[in-house]
Design a protein around this ligand. Structure first.
Ligand SMILES: Cc1cc2nc3c(=O)[nH]c(=O)nc-3n(C[C@H](O)[C@H](O)[C@H](O)COP(=O)(O)O)c2cc1C
Length: 206
């Protein structure tokens, strides 16, 4: 059975740089024989968490929107690639809303102490982030939030691809090393026999 790779694109704009890198990474995964699925958050309706804490009782979210569908896909996938633009030094709101809604998975796992995923599954994830300025500090907050998000999803944090100084839409296409790294990392992520690194592979490009 082929590896299932889910790519989630969080940028709200068209011709988005992080989206272009995500599609390169998915092409890389396909080159390794993976089955890929691409989802754009701008096409979905995912409200922010309302902190009602209902999920503490049953481990499910009571807010009914596209989260339920996406959550099932995230739990089913063998690999996840989340791509986000940097907004105010961190994930954009669309990505953060998705992450916060996963509080119900956190409750499932840590409050109700019920397993989310059948044991022995090899699940891995990679994060892509693109920022417009020369700062690299913005990637610290991505790393920290992604670490706890992926822990809740029971996914190993395999890799980051971070690119700064890319601002205009589509500009990333003029950055061949970023495009190549996205393909390479996507391919590597999909290979089932690739050893899992102790720490996430961290590629930061300017
Ligand atoms: C609301 C908003 C906030 C932003 N904040 C930052 C920031 O804190 N640091 C930065 O380097 N770029 C920031 N940018 C620039 C974007 O990260 C940059 O344009 C990036 O290429 C967008 O990625 P995308 O094309 O995938 O949406 C911001 C852009 C917007 C619209």
């Amino acid at each position: 059975m082929s590896v299932k790779v889910l790519g989630i694109s969080a940028s709200p704009r068209l011709n988005s740089n992080s989206d272009i890198l995500l599609r390169q990474a998915l092409a890389g995964a396909e080159s390794a024989g993976a089955e890929t699925e691409y989802i754009r958050l701008r096409d979905l309706n995912i409200a922010p968490c309302i902190e009602c804490n209902s999920c503490y009782k049953k481990g499910v979210c009571v807010v009914e929107d596209d989260y339920q569908m996406l959550s099932s896909k995230m739990l089913e996938a063998d690999r996840l690639i989340l791509a986000t633009p940097i907004f105010f030094m961190t994930f954009c709101a669309q990505a953060k809303a998705l992450i916060d809604r996963c509080q119900c998975l956190w409750a499932h796992k840590y409050v109700l102490k019920q397993p989310l995923i059948s044991t022995g599954r090899d699940r891995r994830a990679m994060v892509i982030a693109v920022g417009g300025t020369k700062s690299k500090k913005m990637f610290d907050s991505i790393r920290l939030t992604a670490k706890y998000f992926l822990d809740v999803l029971d996914m190993s944090y395999a890799a980051n691809l971070f690119v700064n100084r890319i601002d205009e839409p589509g500009r990333i296409e003029q950055h061949p090393s970023a495009m190549n790294e996205a393909f390479r990392l996507g391919r590597e992520l999909a290979l089932t026999d690739a050893p899992l690194p102790e720490k996430p592979v961290n590629i930061e490009l300017t």
